[in-house]
Design a binder for this molecule. Structure first.
Ligand code: 3PG
Length: 208
């Protein structure tokens, strides 16, 4: 099994995908790989999520995860479709417990110290910090990371190529996530060239 945390430590970027039509999933996977990224969090914000995960997971180089997973049933559907990790916007004991039983890596969202302690209690050490920008950005990540020396964060929400280095410079930040590389309007328009361009720019910025 791929160590997803290791994988994130290398890529440092997690594109958050909202696809309305699963037909775009194949070209999107190609566009991300062409830009230098081999993972994507496909969100359960649309009815196309399961089919989109299936199609993206067919790409031999992609490590596909499922995002916006808020029920154990969605986790089951995601895993059956080929998802290799699960992300939630908040902390759900039901979803986390279920994922641990399934043996699939899970990254719950946290916004407070209390939620970080809930993740620790569940045996997790890597969390999504959401919505990062709105919660105070890098300064908030630093403040929350201080008491939790072994916790790793994936700030998501309001991250762009212009500010990602501020997050990635923080030792506790494993990777950053967001939609800017795969903005919904680009996916709607099938503008794969622009997805590749934004992805390549983000990859370059992440390397510093
Ligand atoms: C998510 O679901 O992770 C966020 O909606 C991503 O936020 P962004 O659109 O600001 O990148």
């Amino acid at each position: 099994m791929v160590d997803v945390t290791e994988y994130f430590a290398r890529t440092r970027l997690v594109p958050v995908v909202v696809l309305n039509d699963a037909a775009g999933a194949g070209p999107l996977a190609d566009a991300l790989v062409a830009g230098g990224l081999r993972t994507a969090e496909v969100t359960f914000r649309t009815d196309a999520a399961v089919a989109a995960i299936e199609r993206m997971a067919e790409h031999p180089e992609m490590l596909v995860g499922a995002g916006t997973v808020v029920t154990p049933q969605q986790a089951d559907e995601a895993v059956a479709a080929g998802a290799r990790y699960i992300v939630s916007p908040g902390f759900s004991s039901r979803v986390v417990t279920h994922c641990l039983q399934l043996g699939i890596p899970v990254f719950p969202g946290v916004a407070t110290a209390t939620e970080i302690q809930m993740a620790l209690d569940a045996g997790l050490d890597t969390v999504k910090f959401f919505p990062a920008g709105q919660l105070g950005g890098p300064a908030s990540v630093k403040a929350l990371a201080a008491p939790f020396r072994n916790v790793k964060f994936v700030p998501t929400g309001g991250v762009t190529t212009d500010n990602l280095a501020d997050y990635l410079a923080i030792k506790a930040v494993l990777a950053v996530g967001g939609t800017w590389m795969v903005a919904p309007d680009l996916l709607e328009a099938g503008d794969w060239a622009e997805v590749t361009k934004r992805t390549a720019a983000a990859v370059a910025a992440a390397k510093g």
